[in-house]
Design a protein around this ligand. Sequence first.
Ligand code: PDD
Length: 281
Amino acid sequence: MANISYIDGLYCNIVDAKISINDRGYHFGDAVYEVILYNNGKFYDYDGHITRLYNSLKLININFHLSKQQLKIIIKNLFKLNRVNFGSIYIQVSRGVADRNHSYFGLNSKPILTMIVSKKKNNISDHIKGVKAITIFDNRWSRPDIKTTQLLPNVLAKTHANEKNAYEGIFIDYEGYVTEGSSSNIWIINNDNEILTREIDGKILSGITRKTIAQFAKKNKFKMLEKKFTKDEMLDSKEVFLTSASSFVTPIIEIDNIKIGNGMIGKTSIELRNLYFKNFN
Ligand code: PDD
């Protein structure tokens, strides 16, 4: 982890960064967030992430005081101060500090912006490995399309996956359809060579990496459909991969102890991963 964080107007060492016990993000998960990847002076999908941040703020009625330009200056400063070449930034905005009360009716609190930079090992060009996943019932609230910090079902799902020696927990809805991963969007390549990912139907987060990959797939003449698929279709597909700002395009080679395809990382997943990096480098 890099040392300098940003907290409510101050750049300070992460050990000195303090937040009120009455922050509504702490009490209620009354906050929204973004994660953006950074590589040698470039942010990946910066505008998409920032637009979604402001959209999330609007969806839960947080009147954020900073403009996109002001926010960008702070983010750039933070990367300079931390001297990070490859990493990510976590941006969180809570509704602010107030005596504990579920309702924010009539509350005029100042939103609190906090940011943490994380240094990462640059694994872009490494020979990547496929990961394992498990499936798990999607027991989240009905607005997973809003990127709030209220993530307990996701936290439990990811932990459960890790306990089973897997990287990701894939949520399945009550009809047997795949929604998304605990912190990623899920894709398959079926036996007709169609690339499928669930449509934006309010049941998933509108992933920024998802959007970029969908555009690349379409531009590069892949047959790509935004359409939901069942758990059985996923297990029977040629390739499965996940996308997110922190995992880019990562092939999934085994789900619930069942090998996907021949159990090796798939050609199309790798092609899309490479296209993603090529676009930003
Ligand atoms: N998670 N779905 C969920 C539930 C997520 O939490 C994420 C991202 C995604 C992928 O979205 P994007 O491509 O915009 O990163 C989909 C971030 C990385 C996180 O919580 O750390």
